[in-house]
Design a protein around this ligand. Sequence first.
Ligand SMILES: N[C@@H](CCC(=O)N[C@@H](CS)C(=O)NCC(=O)O)C(=O)O
Length: 210
Amino acid sequence: MGSDVILWGVGTSRTMRAHWMLLELGVDYRFHAIGPRTGETQSGEFLRLNPRHKIPVLQHGSLVLTESAAIIEYLSQTFPNPEIYRPSNPESFAALSEWCYFIMSELDAASLYMVRRHLRLKDIYGEAPVAVQAAKTYFSHNLEAMTPRIGTASPYLFGTQLSTADILLMTCLEWALAEKVTLPESVMKYRERVAGRIAYQAALARNFAQ
Ligand SMILES: N[C@@H](CCC(=O)N[C@@H](CS)C(=O)NCC(=O)O)C(=O)O
């Protein structure tokens, strides 16, 4: 019998998060290797799952979930694993959520996606070199404020277990490097620690196969 966990999407930082979490948790899943702007997110079958034609999309039985941060949060709760941080009290959960919302809103949406839209995707969203430079500076300022905490992560943001925040942060750091943003030395060391995880390397190979 096939797995009832199905992931749609490969090839981007956002899809990487979902593959990585699934592999960390050891979930048996199937995936559709569709990419953005290939026409594959415009098929009738896919649009019925996500009318916003975005990847990743997770199906688990009858559940259909979009948004990479929500997907990895759902997976960490649904398939608990001692390697993954899963706080049960409200204060600790709020502290984890604070990191996740910060990374998704300030680093991903307001900075890196802005750079992507107006540089690599300029044919769709328009060329805007001033906005691109401002978004890179905004990213660096935000990261700088969090660097003492990232630098002292031991080895991860919330201690010895990997968290959803680490997955979101790591994928943004890789994305930033791809956009030629320089990262502080201590952040680079954090990145090396996280990159050593077997599931991370397996997810890289799967998500960026072509
Ligand atoms: N906030 C969403 C962003 C998803 C997103 O923008 N996905 C892009 C690729 S990174 C996409 O699917 N684009 C395809 C399209 O617009 O047709 C998430 O984190 O999952």
